[in-house]
Ligand binder design. Structure first.
Ligand code: 13P
Length: 309
């Protein structure tokens, strides 16, 4: 890092720390955020941890460093708090692959099926669903339902992985995460050749061909726990690069290799220290959800939070 960059970072960190106090704010960051953003967060975690934190936070303001659907979930779970997102354009292409209208059409086709909706979706899509899930609890959420037939939206890869772990009949939606989709089985094989002693851990948003080559299939929070407890000293990581920063920081004596350099989510990387500081300074950009959508989406999220993992 150049001296100039270091000075700029220190300036923004000073401002963030002062404003965090003044505004009674909590900063939440997803595990895919830039390292320096994870470092200034009050809490960094996976989608489930962050939803729980947002639901329980006693601060007046939540600054959500992640992508839009995550901040929106925080606004749904904490409707009386001010939820800010430093970069409003930080979206999720997977979440954009389904609309409430398309989901309603699907529900008409399978009128007796329950709808499980991955949290990587808009508030309107959540409002049309019976229950949400994250990659941490997807299997338990599916198994918690009484109906045998389940519409699983919008991530087909996660759905197909869950289907290998349950006897329920899942109906998939053709959505995918473009970042995880870029990982190919040959990338894993190459990484294994280069690091033959390493364990392979991948996110369930990867293609099934990649998942089949992995030793473990885990959410980002699951990978954090695995990295701490494994005896392996080398691990190949099949998820977005931001997580590798955290793994390496928390486990300096182990080595973590990104399965491929293609594992970078451009939306997650939009948030910078400067943007966090100006969000707090100008109290922008407010994330809110209309009341009627909020209460229906909340039901689906609350139901998810009740499922034991
Ligand atoms: P996690 O819940 O595993 O953190 O996943 C979030 C996500 O959006 C993966 O692309």
């Amino acid at each position: 890092m150049s001296q100039e960059q270091y000075r700029d970072d220190q300036f923004h960190i000073g401002k963030i720390n002062r404003l965090r106090e003044e505004r009674n704010a909590i900063i939440l960051a997803h595990n895919y955020q830039r390292g320096e953003v994870q470092d200034i967060a009050d809490f960094a975690g996976d989608s489930l941890d962050l939803s729980r934190k947002a639901a329980r936070a006693d601060a007046e303001v939540i600054v959500f460093c992640g992508v839009h659907f995550m901040a929106e979930s925080a606004a749904i779970l904490s409707p009386h708090k001010t939820v800010l997102i430093p970069v409003p354009e930080a979206g999720c292409p997977l979440a954009d692959m389904i609309t409430p209208g398309k989901l309603r059409e699907m529900k008409k086709k399978y009128p007796t099926a329950s709808v499980v909706c991955y949290v990587n979706s808009s508030a309107q899509v959540k409002a049309e669903s019976d229950i949400c899930c994250t990659s941490t609890n997807a299997i338990q959420v599916v198994n918690s339902l009484k109906d045998n037939q389940i519409i699983f939206v919008p991530d087909e890869n996660l759905g197909r992985y869950v289907a290998t772990q349950t006897d329920r009949e899942l109906i998939f939606w053709k959505g995918f995460c473009p970042t995880h989709y870029r990982v190919l089985p040959e990338d894993i094989l190459k990484a294994k050749e280069k690091h033959p002693r390493a364990k392979v851990v991948v996110h369930p948003e990867c293609r099934l061909g990649v998942i089949m080559l992995a030793d473990e299939v885990l959410s980002t929070g699951g990978i954090v726990k695995f990295a701490r407890s494994t005896d392996a000293t080398e691990v190949i990581i099949g998820t977005e690069m931001g997580l590798v920063y955290r793994l390496q920081k928390e486990n300096p004596h182990k080595k973590f290799y990104l399965a491929t350099e293609k594992l970078i989510c451009p939306d997650m990387k939009l948030t910078t220290l400067e943007k966090v500081a100006s969000a707090l300074e100008q109290m922008k950009h407010l994330v809110s959800v209309p009341d009627e959508v909020q209460s229906r989406a909340r039901r689906a999220l609350d139901r998810m939070l009740e499922v034991k993992v």
